[in-house]
Every structure is written in C-alpha cells, then in structure tokens.
Design a protein. Structure first.
Length: 306
C-alpha cells in the first residue's frame, strides 16, 4: 500500500489548528521578549519603580516644569488611593489638585501609557469627577520631562489622602487605621555614584536594602557574581546578601540588614559597595569558573516581596 502523502498536511489558513499554532508562536515570542520598562527614559525611573513595587505610602509632586504639557494645578503621583481608584481631582485651598496612583492594577504591557493618560486627565478634570481613560493615551516621556529628578516623600500614614485640615469622614477612619498597619518604615539612601535608587525598608524582624538598578539585568547579575566570588557581596558587618527580584524590567539586589542600626548608619557600607559594584560593572570579558558558579547561585536566590 502506498504511503499517504503528507503534502498539504500543515495547518490550513483559517483552520482552528492554524489559529492554535499562531497563538503558540505568539506566546513564545512574548516569552522571549524582554520585560517592559514602563519608566524607561525618565531620570526618575528607579524611584518610580520603587513607588510602584514596594513603597506603601509615598507621594511625589510633579512641580512646575516637570509636566511637559503644562498645567494650571498641582499634580501628585502617589502609591495608592482610597478604593484603589486610578486618579482623582480634589479641591484644596490653593485650587484643584490632581492625584494619580501608581499601584492600581494595570495591563503590564501598557503601564506607562495608563499612568500618562491618568496624569493628563488629572490636569483637566473637574474636582470629584470619575476618571475615564482616553482612546489614545500618550507616552509617559511625552507627559513628564524625562530629565526631571523627583523628590519622593515617604509617609507613616495615609492622612495625605485628604486635604490638609480636612475632617476625615467617619466611614474612612477604620480603613485609614488598617491601612496604616501595612506601612513599613522606609528611607531613601544615596550612594555617592548617584546611580539607581537604594531604599532602606524596615520589615520588622530585619531591615532590608533594596537597590533598584537601571542597568540591563545580565550586566548587574554578572557584576554581582564577580563581587560574590571576590568576597565583596556585602555592605559590611550586620549585612547579608539575600538575593534579588525583578520588577518593571529592572533587577533589584536585596540585602538583609541589622535593624538595630539606623538607616543612616549604612552610608559607609553603601558607598564601599557602590565603589565595588561600579568597578565590577566596568569589567569586560567572560566570567571565570568561580564567577559562573556564583552567578548560578545568585540567580537561584529570588526574593519574594510581602
């Protein structure tokens, strides 16, 4: 008996099999694509990543000159808003003020345009209006001056949800108190290189240093591997490298710290590590055998935020 010809046995256009094959290929392409960096191109990228990823109660004022399209009112970026709304406009003694939340649920592939759209809306909407997304959201770099450095303010409660001097509605009092319990004391440190955003966070039993880095992940990972192999993956006595996590296209090395020490007491150790990391990032060439082993070990130490 003659063998059945396989000619034309592939998926036919328009068939369910063709759709499944096309969908599988699309998923494979998406899996191979680098993760999106919604704040890429902004000088404040690393701090904005920290606000979106792990700062519970923080705000940053988009002051005069920061908004490229101009605005006749204050606009504030915030960690989260009551009811997890995307944005709101409220009346203050100085006039309308827009507030845009960074931690609301968004399409991971469209975070920057969703935030940009909310910022533009907050510059135009009437107080107490409900946010409505536009049909053609702009890019964030077309809304915020990419060269602007932003001063992140960390709060120990959520009183900023309401205008200064305003009475807190009774129905919000319990929610404010419960939300306050979720806040971990945090402070922004500054390494002498000025690169990235090192944040000290007191998680209770121990403190952490979470250093949001702007370089490509592989470059940071290789530099950490070189330091580990050289015995330099440390901030000094009372510190321990815990691992790293990825968020918004960036790698964040994490150190466990003795929380009996004030965050400012880590400045010397931070600057020393900053020097070592800068040197390691500047090294070209392949990793040594010991450094490859270090890199493999570091990759296996993924930190999960709580």
């Amino acid at each position: 008996m003659a063998k059945k010809s396989k000619r034309g046995s592939g998926p036919r256009p328009g068939s369910n099999r063709a759709e499944r094959v096309a969908a599988r290929k699309e998923r494979q392409r998406a899996a191979m694509a680098p993760p999106p960096r919604p704040f890429a191109g902004l000088a404040a990228e690393c701090d904005l990543v920290a606000m979106r990823a792990f700062l519970a109660s923080a705000t940053v004022d988009l002051g005069a000159g920061t908004l490229k399209q101009g605005a006749d009112r204050d606009v504030v970026l915030a960690s989260i808003l009551p009811g997890a709304v995307r944005a709101l406009v409220r009346n203050t003694d100085d006039g309308p003020q827009g507030i845009v939340a960074l931690q609301t649920e968004m399409d991971p592939d469209d975070v920057e345009r969703e935030i940009a759209d909310a910022v533009v809306w907050s510059t135009r909407a009437e107080p107490d209006a409900d946010y409505v997304r536009s049909d053609d959201p702009p890019a964030l770099v077309d809304v915020i001056d990419p060269d602007s450095t932003l001063d992140v303010v960390v709060h120990d409660d959520f009183a900023w949800w309401f205008p200064p001097g305003a009475d807190v509605p009774a129905e919000f009092a319990d929610m404010l108190e419960q939300a306050k319990d979720s806040i971990m004391p945090s402070a922004r440190l500054t390494a002498k290189s000025g690169i990235g955003a090192p944040w000290w966070v007191d998680a209770g039993e121990r403190a952490h240093l979470r250093w949001v880095r702007p370089e490509p992940e592989d470059e940071v990972m290789n530099a950490l591997a070189r330091l580990h192999a050289a015995g330099r993956l440390t901030l000094g006595e009372g510190s321990r490298f815990a691992g790293s996590f990825r968020t918004h296209g960036l790698l964040v090395p994490v150190f466990d710290l003795d929380n009996e020490l004030h965050h400012e007491e880590w400045s010397a150790g931070l600057d020393q590590f900053d020097d070592w990391l800068s040197e390691a990032l500047a090294v070209d060439g392949d990793l040594s055998t010991a450094e490859v082993r270090s890199r493999d070990g570091i990759r296996g130490r993924q930190v999960t935020l709580r």
